[in-house]
Design a protein around this ligand. Sequence first.
Ligand code: AMP
Ligand code: MN
Ligand code: MN
Ligand code: MN
Length: 288
Amino acid sequence: MIDLHAHTTASDGSFTPTELVQLALSLGLTALAVTDHDTIDGVPEAVEAAAMTGTLEVVPGIEFSVDYIHGEFHLLGYFVDVAQPAFLSRVRYLQENRFNRNQVMVRLMQEQGFEITLADVEAEAGGGQIGRPHMARAMMRKGYVQSVQEAFNEYLADGKPLHVPKVKLDPAEAIELVHAAGGVAVLAHPRFLGFSARDELFTELTRLRALGLDGLECYYSQHSSEQTETYLGMAAELDLVVTSGSDFHGVSKPDVPLGVVFQGKPGAPELLERLRARRNERQIVVAP
Ligand code: AMP
Ligand code: MN
Ligand code: MN
Ligand code: MN
């Protein structure tokens, strides 16, 4: 049984890569993808922790934030070679942009009268990449808000006073980067794309498919059975590989356990084999 969507302390998850691997093993998972937001820093440790066990495959992954008509959607890259130069340099660039953005956002907080320093926010991130969830936690810890959600609603959500946009890839570039790194590109949690009409989502998926999109995360912890059926139909129609992921974050999203994706269960191993087959087909096509 597999879970192809999980975060570590390298982004906004609360488990270190080693702890995540241990949890996956204790649940009896046979494959786990590490898919942190815009970073691959958690991958090497997870791969190493799993290599010693021999029963768990760690799929190297990333979850890119991508610019589109409704703001941002998330693109999962699987089987990426984390050392590929073009891929790595773009990922580093995104991290530098976040570094600058964090400084600007902390300054805005201070101008609003919050006594919060960059060190306070860093402490929430435990050494990993900093994002708005860590700022929200720092605000809560200091008693400025009652909950992380309140911090977003009042200050940090898009359009709110403390929000500073981050650099996002455009869809074509994000897909190309994943392919350049030898990976496959999968659209994450389609329910969050904000298309209420089926036709609109289908049109967007058709456009992304033409740009090289390989797969669709049809099975997702927060998709209803009905949504899952709709997305499975679209994936079949567009020849997109189906994936399955929980989006585990640990205590940052306590209602989303690892390995619980659809009807209380993890994904089936065949899904990973189809994804691997698509990766292999793609490599044959791009080989000189
Ligand atoms: P960042 O990458 O720093 O822009 O932070 C993005 C993360 O913040 C997302 O992955 C979510 O976990 C969280 N987030 C974004 N918008 C909201 C919102 N309106 N309410 C709660 N959490 C949010
Ligand atoms: Mn997140
Ligand atoms: Mn996401
Ligand atoms: Mn995610």
